[in-house]
Design a protein. Sequence first.
Lengths: 358, 209
Amino acid sequence: MNRILYLTIVREYYRQNAIFIFVVLMFAIGFLSGREHMAIINQALHVPFVLGCIFLIWVLYAVKVTLFTARFLSQRSSEFLYHIRLFPPRKRIWAFMNLQFWLIQLSFTYSVLMLGIGVVEKTWGAVLAIVLINTGLVVAGAWVYEYRIKRPNSRQDVVRKYFSLNLTTPQFLFYPRHLLTQQTVLLLITKAFSAFVLMGVCYLYPTDDYDIRLISLGCLLAAFSQSVILQNLHFFERMYFEIYKNMPVSGLHWFLNYLLTLAVILFPEAVVLARNFPAGLSPADGLIQFFFLLSVTVMLLHYQVFVAGNNESGFQVVFFSGLTLAILVMFKIPVWAFSCAGLMAAYLVLKRRFYAVE
Amino acid sequence: MLKVQNFTKSYSGQKIIATDDLLIPDGIHWVRGVNGSGKSTFFRSVAGIVPYEGHISWNGIDQKAHPIDYRLKVNMSEAEPLYPQFLSGYDILSFITKAKQGTRAQLLDLAGRFDTPAYWKNPCGTYSSGMLKKVAIISAFLGNPELIILDEPLITIDVRSVGVVYELVKEFYEEKGVNFLLSSHQDFIFENLPILHSYQVENQTIFKV
């Protein structure tokens, strides 16, 4: 039973949430140094309020993983898991506790670090509280799964009763959510590559007397590395949202929507730029470079979706336009002006071709 | 009145459906044709979902010249809707309500008739084909349409929901003057719906029967 739960739920959870965990780790390790973590943990071990705040984050994370499992169990493909009810209760609950334990590893691993420091510091009250909260999260999760497994088809009622929120996914997040849940590997590889490129060019600055063009070239490469993601956006909309063409909304609406979608997709690049931007360059330069990265990506999207479509020769045009742009950057074109002109061109392409694409 | 002029729809150079001049008056109309005859392609062209050659206008509003005004008046429900697994029916319907300038009250009323609030906040990946179909049918009634195209509205849904579809079509036609283009391989129950004309899609064209 443990193996089945691990293979079906735990693996699927980490597969679907790889980016979420990556982002959390990036924030945890990228923004806070080891010394800052130690300071926070020391504060938490001595100040109950800080410890309470950390517990609240762990509880929220446990709610997230529990809702994931509950939702997973409601899928038709998971119906076979209801046979778990045929196992003896003690064995079943133990398996659910095990399941919850694997799912909360993100917070549990941090709690182990806190426990270690708490033992060294001899803050026994905090240590006991950490043990109790972890036990509580595991037991509570197991209880929810036990409740759920005993009541097939009742999840909707329970969830609705307590979480009857009218929150909806805004349209500009449809595709980022698709990437996060269905195209995780593509997203991870693309982001890893573009982050590597941007960090690489940033780290080159202290080694020689480079000007802003090097960052511009990095942004250009990072933008072009998104091209498979952009091509998939085309397939995603053709597959699920052909009905968009029946919506009475303006070209400007669609354009802004694509702009927001791409700004969300490029958020990791923005974080990498912000964290590693060379000291000699101004924050305004940083904003202009991100604007350049965004606008080139927007232009690429509009070319790939509204001009090239399913035509594979479009990639040749993408390749040669990338080379041309790189040469223009080397000749010091003002990237902000180019970005504005590019966005305008992209909007005109959309306005002209939106209904013509099939 | 729906006016279709010099209309040709082709895929990869192969003609699927064409008509030089077709006028469909106000009312409820039944469009028939065997599988692959081009019914859905015709409907998708009328809804503005696929590009075509020629002109289609609704009450004088040309689809190409006035894309937004036209799409405010013409709604469509697809025969076999497909939505992303991770989005909920509520996400999709909320988006369409906003785009079609409908109201939340209207959405709740329509959803309530099909009992969709029982599941609409769950991801679409958990839906049966009938549940998906109900989401698509509701989407076609949102806003203030003057023409609603329902492609195979009776397939995959349960008997009670079939009754709701008849009820809605009749209500929207009689009380709001909304016009309908319907397609179905099953016979519509004529006493339930005042169908004005039937059209046949055959030999790559569409004509009145």
